[in-house]
Write a protein that binds this ligand. Sequence first.
Ligand code: SF4
Length: 111
Amino acid sequence: MTFVVTEPCIKCTYKHCIDPCPVDCFREGPDFLVIDPEMCIDCNVCATECPVKAIYQDKEVPEDQLEFIEINRRLAPVYQPATNIKVDSAEKDEWASVQDKRHLLQLPEPM
Ligand code: SF4
């Protein structure tokens, strides 16, 4: 099993989840974080740290967020290892409350 980052993280990326992860499995792109499913040890530490509740165990992902299981799997090899450099900005706070933003996520071509 793995944990999965879902839509609330897009353009929010507060990064509270990164440091507590014991196996450094977060990856980051321009506006989103993902979890590498090949590395996650299913410990649940990150999900409790996320202030926007974007992280779920794969078996608990809400139905309207199920596509993010595949999105995490596809983006993990493309994104870079996540840094813990946090940017406190009003823009992030605004995006934290936006519900519908998956259309803003740039995805690689289907494999
Ligand atoms: Fe890392 Fe644990 Fe979260 Fe998996 S569940 S991403 S191992 S903190």
